[in-house]
Design a protein around this ligand. Structure first.
Ligand SMILES: [Zn+2]
Length: 245
C-alpha cells in the first residue's frame, strides 16, 4: 500500500475526508496499482455450466475446462452471493446434431429462432454428464438455475433462451434480490458465458467476465467474436487478480 493511500485511509477512518482529500486519493490510486474489486452485497457471482460434459473426457469438452475449477472455487469463496447454472437438456434436444439428418456436430442449421450450432448430445437431464464437476465446491450457492430444458429451443444464456424472449426467470430473481452487478466465470466463454453477460447488460445489470476463470470452445472464430460483442455491450473483461477475494 502506498504512503498516500495509507494516509487517505487513516483520514477516512478519522472522518476527515474532504473534497481535496478525495481528489488526491484518485491521483494516488492512478499512480499506483489499480485498486482491487471487493465484491459486495449487491454483487453476485454467476458460475456457468461447470458440468462434466464440458470438461475434458465429457461429451462436449472445453479445452482446459477442468483447470478453472480450483480458481472458480477460490473466487466463489470471496462472494457472499453465488448462482450456478446447469445446462439441462431433454433427450433428443433440438440442439443435438444427432436429431438432424445428415448433420454433424459443430455444423449449423436454421431454426425458427435463428441459426443454431449443432452439438454432440450433452448435459441430458439426470445423466452423469449433466452433473457439476466433482471438485466444484460452492456450498453457499443460493440458486441453481437450469436452462435448455425446452426441447425445441436451445439456451446459452442464463437469462433468456435462444429466441431472446423465453425467460429462465433469472432476471426476476436477480431483481427481487436487489443484485446490481454480475461477475461471470465458467464454460464456455464464447457461448454460455458470453450470452449470459450480454443478457445481463440487457436487463440493466453491470457485467464483468473473469477471463482466466473461463475457457472457450472457439469454433469458427467464435471466441474473438464473443469478446467483440461483449466489449461493445459494456461487459468488462477482468482477471482473477483484479478481484479481492
Ligand atoms: Zn447445451
Amino acid at each position: 500500500m502506498s504512503t498516500n493511500r495509507r494516509q487517505f485511509l487513516s483520514s477516512a477512518v478519522g472522518g476527515l475526508v474532504t473534497a481535496g482529500a478525495t481528489a488526491g486519493t484518485r491521483r494516488a490510486w492512478a499512480q499506483g496499482a489499480s485498486p482491487k474489486i471487493k465484491p459486495g452485497g449487491r454483487d453476485v457471482l454467476l458460475v456457468v455450466d461447470v458440468q462434466n460434459d464440458f470438461i475434458p473426457g465429457g461429451a462436449l469438452p472445453v479445452k482446459e475446462g477442468d483447470l478453472i475449477v480450483p480458481l472458480v472455487n477460490q473466487i466463489a469463496a470471496g462472494f457472499e452471493h453465488v448462482i450456478m447454472t446447469q445446462d439441462w437438456h431433454t433427450p433428443g434436444h433440438i440442439s443435438f446434431a444427432s436429431v438432424h439428418a445428415g448433420k454433424k456436430p459443430f455444423e449449423t442449421t436454421k431454426l425458427a429462432y435463428g441459426t443454431q450450432v449443432l452439438w454432440p448430445d450433452h448435459c441430458v437431464q439426470g445423466t452423469a454428464g449433466a452433473d457439476f464437476h466433482k471438485d466444484l465446491k460452492i456450498p453457499h450457492a443460493e440458486l441453481i438455475i437450469r436452462k435448455g430444458y425446452r426441447k425445441q429451443m436451445d439456451s446459452y444464456s442464463a437469462f433468456f433462451e435462444a429466441d431472446g424472449k423465453s425467460t429462465t426467470g433469472l432476471s426476476g430473481y436477480v431483481r427481487d434480490r436487489g443484485f446490481r452487478q454480475v461477475f461471470l466465470v465458467g464454460l464456455a466463454t464464447d457461448f454460455c458465458v458470453c450470452w449470459s453477460a450480454l443478457d445481463a447488460r440487457k436487463v440493466g445489470l453491470g457485467a464483468q467476465v473473469v477471463e482466466d476463470a473461463c475457457r472457450g470452445i472457439d469454433t469458427n472464430g467464435s471466441l474473438a467474436k464473443a469478446w467483440d460483442q461483449m466489449t461493445k455491450a459494456g461487459v468488462k473483461r477482468i482477471r482473477s487478480a483484479d478481484l479481492s477475494v
